[in-house]
Structures are given as C-alpha cells and as structure tokens.
Design a protein around this ligand. Sequence first.
Ligand code: NDP
Ligand code: 2IT
Length: 443
Amino acid sequence: MSYTMNVLQKAKERNPNEPEFHQAMTEILTTLQPFVDARPEYENAGILERLVEPERILMFRVPWVDDNGKIRVNKGYRVQFNSAIGPYKGGIRFHPSVCLSIIKFLGFEQIFKNSLTGQPIGGGKGGADFDPKGKSDREIMAFCQSFMTELFRHIGSDTDVPAGDIGVGGREVGYMYGQYKRLTNRFEGVFTGKGLTYGGSLARTEATGYGLVYFTDEMLRQHGDSLKDKTAVVSGSGNVAIYATKKAQQLGSKVVALSDSNGYIYDVDGIDLAVVKEIKDVRRGRISEYKNYKPNAVYTEGKGIWNIKCDIALPCATQNELNENDAEALVNNGCIAVCEGANMPSTLEATEVFLRNKILFAPGKAANAGGVATSALEMCQNSMRTSWTFDEVDQKLKGIMVNIYNNVSSAAKEAGHEDNFVVGANIAGFKKIAAAMMAQGAV
Ligand code: NDP
Ligand code: 2IT
C-alpha cells in the first residue's frame, strides 16, 4: 500500500467513530496521493502522520444557568490542529450536532483553507453542542461567558484566534470577547468578527459570501462566462447565504431560493433580501415566514432545494447537505457551476458526480476562504492599531479570491487534472504547510 493510503487507513483506525473527520481525510489524502507518493521527502519527514494528528485538543465542561434558574451543562471543544504557518485560526460553532468528529473535520479543512489564503494563519476550530435556538439574550450571554471562562487560558492574539461559524455571529463574539478582556485584562486582537466599535473590520460580516461570489465570478470569467442573467439557488439563510445572495444579485444573477433546517422557499421573482434580513437578523425567525411577506413565494417543508432548476448552486448551510441524488438532479437540470460556501456541504459521492460531469466545482476550502482571509485582515488592522475603509478591505478580499482561484487552477493543471479544483486546492494548500513543517523540524 502507498505511504499516503497507509496513513489514511491508520488514521481511520486510530480515530474510530469520527465519520466527518474520516470523510475530510479521505477527500484530501486521496487527491494528494500521487503528488505525495512521488516525493519521498514527505514520507521521510512523517508529514502526513503529523498532519492528521491535531497538535492539541481541548474538551471542557460548560455549565450555565438558564432563565428558570436551572444549571445546564454543554460540551465545549477547541481543536488546535496545526500552527506551522501561523497562530491557530478558525471559527467557533454552536449547534446541537457539534461533536469531536465535526470539530476535527472542520479544523483539518481549515489548515488547508488558511494556507490557500496566502496569509500567516494556522488551522483550528472550536464549538459546543449548545443550541442557541429559542434561548433568551441573557441565556446566550451566560453561555458565552462560561465558554470563555475556560477557553481564555488557551487562546491569544499570537496563539489562537477564534471567530464565528454556525450559531456564532456578532452578538456571541461580543459576549465572548468581553469575557476574555475581563479575565485577562488585555484588549487585543484575540477574536475576529468583532463589532466595529471595538476592533472589528469593515466587510468581515460580508466577506465569506462576497468572497464566494468573487471566486465564482472569476472561475466563470476564465471559462468565458459570467454571473449575468444566471439563475442561482443558495441553501441556508444565515451569514454566508445572505451575503452570497447579495453579491450574486449585484453581479446580475437571479437568486430564486434559500433554506433553513426546516425547509426552503422558492421565489420566482427573485429573493427579496430585505425581507430575509428582517426575518433572520432582526426577528431570528424561520425562513417559512418569507411567504407572509411575499405571497408569490412557495415554501416547502423538508429537503429538496437542489431539485430546483438553476445555473449556479451555492450550498451555504452545513456539511453533507448535498448528496449524490441532489448532485444528479442539479446536473440533469443543466447546472453549470457548484461553489461551496459551507464547509464540506457535498458528500464524497456528490463531488464525484460533479467531477464526472465536468461541472465547474469549487470546494469550500477554496471558495469560502474569503471569511477567514478577511479575519486575517482584521488581525492585521488590530496589530497596526488602524482601520481600513470598506472599499480597501473589499478590494483586498477580491484580490485574495482571484489569487486563490489562480493558484488552485494552476496546481490542478500541473497535476494533470485541469479544472479539477478539488485536486488543485488540496495540493496548493498542502505544499506551503508541508514546506513550513519540514523547515521547523520534528515538531
Ligand atoms: P449561520 O448560523 O449564520 O447560518 C447557518 C444556516 O445554515 C442557517 O440557515 C441554518 O438553518 C442552516 N443550517 C445549519 N445547520 C443545519 C443543518 N444541520 N441542516 C440544515 N440547515 C442547517 O452560519 P454561517 O452562515 O456562518 O455558516 C454556514 C456555513 O458556512 C457553515 O458550513 C460554516 O462552517 C461555513 N462557513 C462560515 C464562515 C463564516 O465566516 N461565517 C466562513 C467559511 C465557512 P437553521 O437556522 O434552521 O439552523
Ligand atoms: O470556516 C471558516 O473559515 C470560518 N468559520 C471563519 C473562520 C475565521 O477565523 O474567520
């Protein structure tokens, strides 16, 4: 068995019952195999064995008091996966499904994504199995403060810099940052996605969705096409989905559908984002309420959003939300590009369908890297004690996304897999991390 496949098999055996982590390792190591096995220096340096083993895993109890005075307990996690090219960097997720496997898959993907941005950031991820849905503002604050009461001793602006992810937005970052400051007596760039009044960067809120569409736009442009007059379907209706929709609309696409974990809406007239923001950002409600504002729209309970005919599909909700049947439905309906705003939204089988059918497929670690890239710009502004204008940050973001596209595309071509951006992203991300690890010795 080859070196790469041997490491993959052993890593699966050593980490049983972690299906999402296995899935992420399988995708990355399988595509890296020819590249790595042709270069024995990687095996000599034990690069892959080290890469699949997190540098540190923190798991902790998060006790908090609910509005009835009852003590509740959640599981908290931070996986500090790889610091070869910079301090650990990656979001915090609050969702009832959070477990070690999910945090490890996210942290593993993050190493490669952060490398692709070209910025000095390592890979990490954290979270808790806490469900923010239906909680009062006070309960959210109590939870965030308790979470940080343990996490604060493990992070720092040059050590580990968390940010938001599913269930963690501006409100939660504010509560966690405030508690960090109180416990350490330090006002530092230890978190990104902060509010604009206390060190946040303009355009960070928009960055993941905007970056996704900048990437998509560049990919289409280099294939003689554009987003103009295209029909797009976007899944999710959170931070990434909302700003992906906004930018796609600005570039001339009609977005006809959005979803949440209960169901999806189809609006033949094109999604009205002001309504979505009112429902999601202001009232923290459900996407089903959209039809109360837009009687022409149709709400369907449950899955099925990928059966809607579209040119462009942007999965922006969560892992494994798009399976083989969904991929076939998209292909049969004439979809030309699938770009992942979420982390690992397509199953391995769905990805195969896209690649086999020569759909332009942009994997999350490349296409959604604009969020973390802008986080690194926020860190930069914090260190410089300055703040850039929206346009400055937005221009930098656009440049970074075009750069990522070019690097991923050339790496794919060099590997003999033109337009296979899965292969391209994994090789391009890997090269820099491996070089940094080899230069630093057996650490
Ligand atoms: P939000 O919490 O703002 O929104 C998440 C959206 O996805 C909601 O509409 C939510 O619906 C839906 N969703 C979440 N879990 C599930 C599930 N199990 N099944 C179906 N729908 C679900 O998160 P973000 O928009 O920030 O994150 C979306 C995706 O983008 C995630 O995969 C995240 O890792 C990724 N990402 C985020 C970045 C960022 O900067 N925020 C950067 C790069 C990637 P509901 O309200 O019903 O739960
Ligand atoms: O998955 C991701 O890249 C994020 N949730 C953003 C991470 C960050 O540090 O901004």
